[in-house]
Ligand binder design. Structure first.
Ligand code: DGT
Ligand code: CA
Ligand code: ZN
Length: 570
């Protein structure tokens, strides 16, 4: 069994591999087209397979149909595996460089014999790439920048990758009868956007049982350290997991220690010292005597501090605030009342407006803000004015049907090169809210990019700035923009900034969120869902909101339906 989405991703990968292997573009196009068909299937894929009618779907064809069947059955396909084995790994690494697609990679390989990032970086350094037809100096410079970015972030993982790939290992340890307490610690517990490794802390009477189960787990590819209380393993995707097993009494101290951050720990130790106390991994001491703490709350209280949520433990003033009992009451997932910035099949989403609305309602929210792509976004099926009007009609019908649930008529308007928005004002004025985002011309210099976004913010119809820097974590640096000036403009114009909850974005960066909040800027937490499944990315956005010290009152989509409708109008 397989979802149409999984099959579409599989066929898309197959098409990319085929193109990298030098197949002609006519053959490749059959797969690219099939991807779109799979994404838009009206009948569930499983039903088509069960009925044996997949091959009859227009645009699928025999070879794609066979690949999908084998994929649905086994999770892969022989033809795919053979093709994958014939393409050098280095060519796939090159795909991660922004601006390099299969066609350009093939051209580089043919002209210069380059098959990996190192050789590509050398060729850029020597100016060889700029001499190729269709490349030029500017492209060469951008490719080199892209390679440097990838190298600088090697060995780190996105939070969602870390979380999902370690989940079964965690569940296995949690289910052991010998396990008393277990938590994920480290940067993942602090809701960092990327992590170097994952840290588990466990308390148990028989530590060896826990350690044995840990290293014997089927997800483990390599054991890098093995002991009764300390072990480390590497999983198949390369991520390292560290395990510490302690006694029940020691658990709160070790949990705190391995949650970090290092900066927080150092600051807390200094404070403890001033109070005549001493902290180490295993306890909190006055002289030789350990001060007993049943949990982290008691641990902080013993130092005269309010409980500090893990997301705030970055050594950025949280200890001082806890001492004055001035920590914010942080936003929680339960505070969120509606989902803004959601896509549908009108542009590049995989699900209909109704399917998205039902999925949002099912998850317990009161409203949905549609925000499909605008007309300039041809690559993403952006809506021309006719499509916009059809969508408005459909939303009116759905609102009657689904009341009191409410769908707001919004758009994700491209910010054009000069900072103007993507429809005439008479159309823009009819949307209930507008997300403004940059999706083109990423390479403007800092001053031009900043002015461009500020001009969009100053448009009276702008409501929210989408994914402020356009970064793709570990893959693409954000465009160069003066965030302080953007925050100032957003505050002045009453425009909100989004935290894009997609785990590849988490943009605006949490390091800027508190500053925005302190300037009075409202911050929406948006999933930017392109399918119903995308709605489940919300927790990553909540984590970033909490890291940015946000309270429910700072977040417009924590407002109820009527109140946010009023906020849209203001
Ligand atoms: P990362 O790099 O994403 O793995 O980030 P963390 O924070 O998970 O760092 P990690 O795994 O090296 O260490 C986990 C925690 O252990 C860290 O947040 C705080 C604590 N820790 C590690 N090294 C030190 C240190 O030198 N001093 C203190 N006070 N604490 C440390
Ligand atoms: Ca870690
Ligand atoms: Zn966007």
């Amino acid at each position: 069994m397989a979802s149409a989405k999984a099959a579409a991703i599989f066929i898309e990968e197959y098409g990319v591999l085929l193109e990298l292997s030098g197949a002609n573009s006519f053959r490749v196009r059959a797969y690219t087209n099939a991807v779109r068909i799979l994404e838009m299937l009206e009948t569930p894929l499983d039903a088509l397979i069960a009925a044996g009618t997949l091959g009859e779907v227009k645009g699928i064809g025999k070879s794609v149909g066979e690949l999908v069947l084998e994929f649905a059955d086994t999770g892969t396909a022989t033809a795919y595996e053979e093709l994958r084995a014939s393409v050098p790994d280095g060519l796939l690494d090159m795909l991660r460089v922004p601006g390099l697609g299969p066609r350009k990679i093939i051209a580089i390989r043919e002209a210069l014999g380059i098959e990996d990032l190192d050789a590509l970086a050398l060729a850029c350094g020597d100016g060889k790439l700029a001499e190729l037809k269709g490349f030029g100096k500017k492209t060469q410079q951008n490719i080199l920048k892209g390679i440097e970015y990838i190298r600088a972030h090697q060995g780190r993982f996105r939070a969602d990758v870390a979380r999902e790939s370690t989940q079964t290992l965690f569940d296995t340890l949690q289910a052991l009868p010998q396990t008393q307490c277990i938590e994920v610690a480290g940067s993942l517990r602090r809701a960092k956007e990327t992590v170097k490794d994952v840290d588990f802390v466990v308390s148990a009477n028989e530590p060896q049982v826990i350690s044995d189960a840990f290293v014997a787990h089927p997800a483990v590819a390599e054991i890098t350290a093995q002991g009764e209380t300390k072990s480390s393993v590497r999983l198949n995707n390369g991520i390292q997991v560290d395990l510490r097993v302690v006694t029940y009494d020691e658990f709160p101290y070790i949990l705190h220690h391995f949650t970090g951050s290092k900066e927080h720990n150092v600051a807390l130790r200094a404070r403890a010292q001033r109070q005549g106390l001493k902290i180490n991994e295993y306890g909190l001491y006055r002289g030789e005597e350990r001060i007993e703490c049943v949990d982290e709350t008691a641990f902080f209280a013993a130092m005269g501090l309010a409980y500090i949520p893990p997301e705030l433990r970055e050594g950025l003033g949280e200890i001082e605030a806890a001492a004055e009992n001035a920590l914010p009451e942080l936003l929680t997932a339960a505070d969120i009342r509606g989902m803004l910035h959601v896509h549908s099949t009108y542009s590049d989403g995989a699900d209909s407006i109704e399917a998205m609305a039902l999925a949002v309602r099912e998850r317990g929210y009161d409203y949905l803000g549609m925000a499909d792509h605008s007309q300039a976004a041809a690559y993403a099926g952006g809506l021309n004015v006719d499509a916009v009007k059809r969508q408005w009609d459909e939303i009116d019908r759905l609102n009657e049907k689904l009341a009191p649930f409410r769908i707001f008529k919004g758009i994700e308007s491209d910010i054009l090169g000069d900072g103007s928005l993507d429809y005439t004002d008479d159309i823009l004025e009819q949307f209930e809210y507008i997300v403004v985002s940059v999706h083109s011309q990423f390479n403007l210099d800092r001053a031009k990019m900043t002015a461009r976004i500020i001009r969009a913010i100053e448009h009276p119809c702008a409501t929210i700035v989408g994914h402020l820097t356009g970064r793709l974590l570990l893959d693409r640096e954000g465009y160069d923009v003066d965030v302080d000036q953007i925050i100032e403009a957003a505050a002045r114009c009453g425009v909100a900034i989004e935290i894009n909850a997609h785990p590849a974005r988490l943009d605006i960066d949490w390091r800027h969120v508190k500053k925005a909040r302190d300037h009075g800027v409202q911050i929406t937490v948006n999933t930017d869902a392109h399918s119903t499944g995308g709605l489940d990315n919300l927790p990553y956005g909540i984590g970033i909101a909490r890291k940015g010290w946000l309270r429910a009152k700072d977040v417009p989509n924590a407002l109820d339906c009527e109140t946010i409708a009023t906020w849209f109008q203001s």
